[in-house]
Design a protein. Structure first.
Length: 182
């Protein structure tokens, strides 16, 4: 799960190469078929399927106010209250929309000592709240049609794709029927 199936695919590829080098082509062919099935499953996995500690995303939805996007941050599967990004007001601010989104998605990380880490273990009520967040996220993600967009944080060193977030905001604010392919 952590590697998204790549560790299994790598192991099968190595075994297939080893079988080919030993001229065991029947075994290499069987391994190749297994490798193709694993790769097909990897391609079919939705982006949402990942280890919980790597489930970081931002959900973008058109807000009720004009030229406003509601941004819901998702950190380790927990959905935060929405942050309203008002594009009509951001034009008059000294910070760009990208800087505002950057500050929202990359808050200063608090330093935890060992005592804080022990107190951070989730209790039963926190586990139930986490399950509720994950259920809500999954229901929204698999809804058809789904309102809004979700953008996942890329693994380090890439991080947050800020330009993709801003392009998604532009698409969501565009009048109906004027969508363009980015």
């Amino acid at each position: 799960m952590r590697s998204g199936g790549s560790s299994l695919a790598d192991a099968l590829a190595q075994q297939r190469e080893s079988a080919s080098e030993q001229l065991d082509f029947e075994h290499a062919s069987a391994l190749h078929r297994r490798l193709e099935k694993v790769q097909e499953l990897r391609r079919a996995l939705p982006e949402l399927v990942r280890p919980i500690d790597q489930l970081h995303a931002v959900i973008l939805m058109r807000a009720a106010e004009e030229n406003t996007i509601a941004l819901f941050t998702v950190r380790a599967g927990k959905i935060a209250d929405p942050f309203l990004l008002e594009f009509s007001e951001s034009a008059s601010q000294p910070r760009s929309a990208e800087q505002i989104v950057r500050e929202l998605l990359e808050p200063a990380a608090p330093q935890l000592d060992e005592a804080d880490a022990k107190r951070a273990a989730p209790g039963p009520s926190e586990v139930q709240a986490w399950e509720d967040h994950l259920t809500l996220l999954a229901r929204w993600f698999y809804a058809s049609p789904r309102e809004g967009e979700i953008i996942f944080q890329e693994p380090p060193p890439t991080g947050w794709p800020y330009r993709r977030v801003l392009r998604a905001c532009r698409r969501l604010l565009a009048p109906p029927g004027s969508e363009k392919i980015d």
